[in-house]
Structures are given as C-alpha cells and as structure tokens.
Design a protein around this ligand. Structure first.
Ligand code: SAH
Length: 214
C-alpha cells in the first residue's frame, strides 16, 4: 500500500508534472486513485510505468500522462455533468468522478463495463452511471452534458455528441485515422464550434455508427 502510494507520487512528479501539467486538482486525483487495481493482476508491477497497458478484449488502459492531459483539457471546476465514451478499465472514470458532479460512462463491451462498475463501486465511487452501448451515439437519456471525453478515436466529432453538449461545453477526443490521431478540444459557444489541436496521439478506434466499422 505504502509502496503503491510512493510509485504514484513518482508517476505524478516524473511523468505528469515534469511534462507541464500543473493543474493541482488533476495531480491530486492521479496521486490518489489506485491505478494498479485497474490493470490485470499479472501487469500490476507495470501499473505506474509511463505507457498504456492491455486490459483484455484487445483494449488498453491509457498512459497516465494522456489521462492527465485529457482531464486537464476538459477544464473541470467540480459542478459538471460529464459523458465519458469508452469506460475500459474505469481508471479515467475514477479520475473524472473526483473532479466533477456526475459521470455517465458508456462502453460497448459488457464485460469491461461490468468489471469497471464492480471495481469502482468497491472503491466507494457513487456518482457514476454505467451504460453499455454504442457511445458514438452519445447517451441522449442523460443529456445535456457540460463535458464529453472520449478514449476511443473517431474520424470526426460524432454529430450526436455536439447535439448533446450544453452551451459553453467542451469535448476532448482523439480524432483522425484508425491508427494515428490528434488530440482535439472542441468548444461550443453561441451556436458555433471551435476546434483546437492539442497534440498527436494513438487510441483504439471508436467502433460504431459514427466511428469506424468493426
Ligand atoms: N478510459 C479507458 C480507456 C479505454 S480504451 C481506461 O482508462 O481504461 C477505449 C475503450 O473504448 C475500449 O474499452 C473500447 O471497448 C471502447 N469503445 C470503442 N468503441 C466504443 C463505442 N462505440 N462506444 C463505447 N465504447 C467504445
């Protein structure tokens, strides 16, 4: 336990703060969430390494720095309702749950969604709704959202996300080709959308109606 806390502190200092993320709320969340519980047991020793790891079903838990960068880019103050696409291991969900009011997280693979839910509930996380389905359609039942974060890459911003985003809202997503993308931040204000490119990245594809075909 103490060892993991030390590894986390080292991860935050060496991989995240050192690369320019100074958002104290994000850094604290990353220092507190036990990432080793979100990776398969045989990979626990690598949980705090500087890279993504496989979590089964061909999916990955994102690199710690990417999680920090995307969370920082969302500009959360604590009052927001956030739609997350691609629950995966639930690690990013755990980080978000500490920094906003409510998370609605959508995953297409039922096995991953169930495992994430069991783990997060066991950790006492209560402000998350778990949805299984095609997240490229968003989740109209719980909309509108103040923020949308996607951990799966799409060729473009899926139109339902823009429709379900509140005025003044922000979407952070990997956008581009199946193998390589840019991390983009899309803001919606006065009926107009503005897109900023934050850097290059590599994510698994968003598989669905407004993503890539299986
Ligand atoms: N944030 C996750 C990373 C998961 S990787 C973590 O911290 O572990 C991306 C996830 O998106 C995968 O679990 C994949 O199954 C899921 N995914 C891909 N296409 C999807 C879609 N259309 N709807 C919902 N989830 C999708």
């Amino acid at each position: 336990m103490v060892r993991e806390a030390l590894l986390r502190r080292r991860m935050v200092q060496g991989q995240i703060r050192a690369r320019g993320v100074r958002d104290e709320r994000v850094l604290t969340a990353m220092e507190e969430v036990p990432r080793h519980l979100f990776v398969p047991p045989d990979l626990r020793d690598a949980a705090y390494d500087d890279g993504p790891l496989p979590i089964g079903d061909g999916q990955t838990i994102s690199q710690p720095f990417i999680v920090a960068e995307m969370t920082h880019a969302l500009r959360l103050s604590g009052s927001e309702k956030v739609l997350e696409i691609g629950t995966g291991s639930g690690y990013q969900t755990a980080i978000l749950s500490r920094l906003c009011r409510e998370v609605v997280t959508v995953e297409r693979l039922v096995s991953l969604s169930m495992a994430a839910r069991t783990l997060l509930e066991g950790l006492g996380v209560r402000n998350v709704a778990y949805v299984v389905g095609d997240g490229s359609l968003g989740c109209p039942e719980h909309s509108p959202y103040d923020r949308i974060l996607s951990a799966a890459a799409s060729p473009d911003v899926p139109p339902p996300w823009l429709a379900q985003l509140a005025e003044g809202g922000i979407i952070v997503l990997p956008m581009g080709g199946r193998l390589e993308q840019v991390l983009a931040r899309v803001t919606k204000r006065d009926g107009e959308t503005r897109t900023e490119v934050l850097g290059g990245c590599r994510f698994v594809p968003l598989v669905g109606e407004y993503g890539f075909r299986d």
